[in-house]
Design a protein around this ligand. Sequence first.
Ligand code: TPP
Ligand code: MG
Length: 351
Amino acid sequence: MAVAQAVEPKEVTNTQGAKSGSQGSKGEVERARLRMMMLIRRFEERTYQEYTKPGQKIGGFCHLYSGQEAIAVAIAAHFRKGVDALINGYRCHGHSLALGMDPKPAMAELFGKATGCSKGKGGSMHFFDAEAGNHGGHGIVGGQLPLGLGFAFSQWYKKNSGVTFCLFGDGAINQGTHNEALNMASLLKVPCIFMVENNLMAMGTQVERHSAVTDLSQRAAGYNMPARNVDAMDLDIAIAEIGKAVERGRNNEGPSYLVMNTYRYRGHSMSDPLKYRPKEEADKWKARDPITLYEARLREQKLVDDPWLETAAEEIAATVNEAIAKADSDPHPELDDRFDDILAETYPYGS
Ligand SMILES: Cc1ncc(C[n+]2csc(CCOP(=O)(O)OP(=O)(O)O)c2C)c(N)n1
Ligand SMILES: [Mg+2]
């Protein structure tokens, strides 16, 4: 059986099961979580700049995660490397960083370089790190749901107490795969945590215009699956709610459905000027920005102060700049390699 190892921001590896602040120096876990949200935001905003500047070096579709960071970091707080799995749609940069991907291969992937996490052949929508349990990065809306079910079935079959975090957008819930995967997951009682990242919009179509039932958590009732609506702008709430579903999965009690209510700050992709969204709506959500909210909480608890925040911001900016400089100078994939890595030769979890 694989050895369970926690995945959290680098400074706090092996904190699985530790109560906040109970390991290492006081507030170490919390600071690392804040830092990871800051890194994701910075990575995304610098990606935006690199994509839109003259002589653009990032090509193809690109979907940014700004505003939704608390979800990825809350998952990482529970993720056990070696047994857990995460599978995702195309808005996948944040989760990859939160599960420990170095910003260098992440940025190199965006630049289409051979040093990228998918050897420069996947791009923004296809970040993968199988060793970390991060199984992408899928461009077909809802395509990842049956695959997530498969990972969870494997965990159930092996009785390894692993869980699968199966992430998708609100736009995926009307795909047939959603029905098929939820029904079978509930029937088989596999440890799949279905997580809707409900940012209120599928491209430019509001939830009220694409779903007859607007409280998306009600969907789970048809599958006899427990569901929760989660305030996913608040990291602590997200961690607590995901924790209940994780416990249920690890205890062999079956799947869960979590509606992670959140907001995306940028357009659907880089070609979306975001003209359809009322400013008041965006302002309302941004007033509860996940980073600002968590930072204020840590300040109140005296776990961070101005010098810490300034140093962290400077270090993160330098890390992302280094990743960009390296991605820029790294080599492109060889033309001869274009047919490699199309089919997996080995199953990532062994026979
Ligand atoms: C099967 C399929 N249909 C349509 C598309 C085009 N498409 C790409 S993203 C998207 C909207 C998805 O929105 P949502 O699931 O809410 O995710 P978000 O972008 O908000 O994270 C659509 C329709 C696609 N990629 N796959
Ligand atoms: Mg959406």
